[in-house]
Design a protein around this ligand. Structure first.
Ligand SMILES: *[C@@H]1O[C@H](CO)[C@@H](O)[C@H](O)[C@H]1NC(C)=O
Ligand SMILES: *[C@@H]1O[C@H](CO)[C@@H](O)[C@H](O)[C@H]1NC(C)=O
Ligand SMILES: *[C@@H]1O[C@H](CO)[C@@H](O)[C@H](O)[C@H]1NC(C)=O
Length: 466
């Protein structure tokens, strides 16, 4: 019996996945094409237009749309910036979740405060969380309820076909977390105090599919601003993320085990990676993103603790990276397995960036990592039309590939990087890196080997399809 039921569930799941996948791709192109004619001011009344930022179709006829709007104030939210509105948000969510195309509305001109909350599904399709006001967590660790998770604040879990949108702001109140003495160099005399230093990620999507996040302003996160784990079908559009340059660990958008993602037309300034792409991600399309100050766009780190990591088919186009510690980086630990393949960086403008182009297969936080024979295989990485200026403290091009597993099929075309100020001190660096230069780069790179390594990379250890 159990087995048959299990099989049935599996078949249903597979079918559902198939249907969702195709509709999601459609949805993405639809959004993408539409973006030009969306500069017109959106209707200020959420009642007549519940999801202005991304034009999600709202059912017009079957029932009065008003029936599907759940204003958190009707559930007791005060929105004065100090009252605890958690219960009201939970109740509004529960009500909206139960109807098709339900809308949780947090209206403008109010400032809502809620504690760490998991908004979970499954819900009826088409659910919209519309934030037009301000939404924030308690201010710092001292006011964080002891029993609450210290690693996450807003969590969206087990949802399908859900949108988080609005003209509002998510204010993370991160300052007191950044100042904890356990953060890097925040202890007495610039030391780093020992012990666990958990700080909440602001928004986390977990085990969900067909998500849209659009229009929102997200700022001052205690830790990562937005992260996706185990999701499939994600469209992020026209959001802005901002935190100070020196706020520790405040990655903008982090993806892990997440597939079919579009990130478009967004601005990110923060104190860590602008966008980071972890193990298990594939089919990620990034376009029209401006990063900086930040730590750039990063694939990795991958292969920590000898783990297998697979990342494939990642495209970054028409992006600007400015005032950043890194530009386009792939980082892996010694001793991993799996591969990074099919990566394309195209039309990227750099402004005063350190390590503009960087593959680092010796990534290590403690300086105590030993070299190992296995590695995450890096292959098929294209840098096309990468132009602008770099910070001369480091070479703008650095390929440090594994000793035993060479990087292969690196393509360089129209790479022209000039010093922002001063003179280049170190030449471009490569170690065990193979590929082609379609055009000569500036600065010239003489260390990239032509063709393939003599000892072919043994496919089996790096096969991500098994
Ligand atoms: C910090 O440094 C100052 C001057 O070097 C010293 O007097 C003081 O004891 C140090 N404080 C701590 C907590 O280490
Ligand atoms: C690569 O990803 C894009 C989305 O970014 C997708 O449209 C395309 O089909 C993917 N290609 C392959 C070979 O999976
Ligand atoms: C690891 O290998 C690299 C490349 O051969 C070498 O430069 C580095 O010194 C090695 N590190 C250690 C800790 O052996």
């Amino acid at each position: 019996m159990e087995l048959i039921r299990g099989l049935l569930i599996l078949v249903c799941f597979a079918l559902a996945l198939l249907l969702q996948c195709s509709s999601n791709v459609e949805g993405r192109y639809h959004h993408h094409k539409k973006q030009k004619d969306k500069s017109s001011p959106v209707s200020p009344s959420p009642v007549s237009h519940p999801a202005p930022a991304h034009e999600k179709p709202v059912p017009s006829s079957p029932s009065n749309p008003k029936d599907s709007i759940f204003d958190v104030r009707k559930f007791g939210a005060v929105g004065d910036g100090s009252a605890d509105d958690t219960a009201a948000f939970r109740a509004a969510w529960k009500a909206a979740c139960a109807v098709e195309s339900g809308v949780v509305l947090a209206p403008s001109d109010y400032s809502f405060k809620i504690t760490s909350t998991i908004f979970s599904g499954p819900c009826k399709p088409g659910l919209v969380f519309q934030l037009d006001g301000v939404l924030m967590p308690p201010d710092g660790p001292d006011t964080w309820p002891k029993a609450d998770s210290h690693s996450q604040w807003l969590v969206f879990y087990r949802l399908d076909d859900m949108t988080f949108t609005g003209q509002g702001t998510i204010e993370g109140n991160g300052q007191k977390w950044w100042d904890l003495p356990c953060k890097p160099h925040r202890g007495p005399n610039g030391s780093t105090a020992k012990g666990s230093c958990d700080s909440p990620a602001l928004i986390r999507f977990f085990m969900s599919s067909n998500l849209v996040v659009s229009g929102l302003k997200i700022q001052n996160s205690p830790q990562f601003h937005m992260k996706f784990d185990g999701c499939e079908g994600v469209l992020i559009e026209k959001i802005s993320i901002s935190s100070p340059k020196l706020s520790p660990n405040t990655d903008g958008i982090h993806l892990g085990n997440t597939k079919s993602v579009g990130i478009y037309n967004s601005m990110i300034t923060n104190g860590d990676d602008c966008i980071s792409i972890g193990p298990g991600c594939a089919n990620v399309d990034i376009e029209g993103v401006t990063c900086g100050p930040s730590h750039g766009i990063s694939i990795g780190s991958l292969g920590v603790h000898n783990s297998e990591a697979c990342v494939s088919n990642i495209t970054v186009r028409n992006a600007i990276i400015r005032e950043s510690d890194n530009g386009l980086r792939i980082k892996t630990w010694q001793g991993g397995s799996g591969s990074v393949s099919g990566i394309s960086f195209e039309n990227i403008q750099m402004e005063n960036v350190r390590n503009c182009i960087n593959i680092d297969q010796y990534y290590c936080l403690s300086k105590e990592c030993r070299n190992q024979t296995s590695a995450v295989y890096v292959t098929g990485v294209t840098y096309r039309n990468i132009k602008g200026t770099y910070d001369v403290r480091t070479t703008p091009i650095h390929f440090a590939c594994s000793d035993t597993v060479a990087c292969t099929d690196i393509v360089m075309a129209d790479v022209e990087l000039l010093p922002y100020e001063g003179q280049l001190l170190d030449d471009p660096f490569c170690w065990n890196a193979y590929g082609t230069q379609e055009t000569l780069t500036i600065p010239p790179i003489n260390c990239l080997h032509d063709g393939q390594p003599q000892k072919a990379v043994e496919a089996s250890a790096y096969d991500c399809n098994s």
